[in-house]
Write a protein that binds this ligand. Structure first.
Ligand code: SF4
Length: 209
């Protein structure tokens, strides 16, 4: 697969926090915390399953996908392929997540990117998928609609631009994201925010910008 393609997980990192994306993909730092370690165990379990056939639906795990048109690639947790009576196939991506359903879009963007890959590879529309959340043991249906598609295309473009710039943005203003972030100790968001406000106060006092 083309090494220049952005990974699906990188899109999720960018959608979560552009600084997290830059720390991982530009500065190449990584740290496991409790949340990522638990997520890795979940994905190992999901990926180790064998393909299954139930009626007219085949379930495949750890499926490699890519879209050259969108410049993305990655591995899907689960792909359900339904054989329809007219001889066509319906592709339904399922992503497994450790936590619970979120209002923010970062999990859905990763799923939508998988749908874009499937569309590119198989030439059929993918209009729905689902995210299975471990904490609540529930499958959340996700419509791959025009709003989510546009958000995903924007994230792909913005993430690629940030990668090319080789810059690392300042910490997110959403401090609740930092609490669950695997890079919290390496990123030191509070220290950087404090430093920024100190520089701001000092620039106000000295009249420099
Ligand atoms: S700690 Fe906060 S600012 Fe730093 S990478 Fe994580 S989410 Fe972003």
């Amino acid at each position: 697969m083309d090494e220049n393609l952005l990974s699906l997980s990188a899109l999720q990192h960018y959608a979560y926090c552009p600084r997290q994306f830059a720390l991982i993909h530009t500065e190449q730092v990584w740290a496991d915390n409790f949340f990522t370690a638990q997520g890795n165990v979940l994905h190992e379990r999901v990926d180790s399953g064998l393909p299954e056939q139930r009626g007219n639906v085949r379930s495949e795990r750890a499926v490699e996908v890519a879209s050259v048109a969108h410049g993305i690639k990655g591995k899907m947790d689960l792909l359900e392929i339904e054989a329809l009576p007219d001889g066509t196939k319906r592709y339904f991506p399922v992503e497994y997540k450790r936590g619970k359903p979120k209002l923010a879009d970062w999990d859905r963007i990763q799923l939508c990117a998988q749908a874009l890959c499937l569309e590119d590879m198989h030439g059929v529309p993918v209009t729905e998928g689902a995210i299975w959340y471990w904490e609540v043991r529930r499958r959340e249906p996700v419509a791959i609609d025009s709003v989510l598609r546009q958000a995903t295309v924007n994230v792909i473009a913005d993430a690629r631009a940030l990668l090319l710039s080789q810059k690392t943005p300042p910490p997110t203003l959403n401090k609740s994201l930092c609490k669950a972030c695997s890079l919290h100790d390496l990123c030191m968001p509070d220290a950087l925010r404090a430093d920024k406000s100190e520089s701001y106060v000092s620039s106000m006092l000295t009249g420099q910008s």
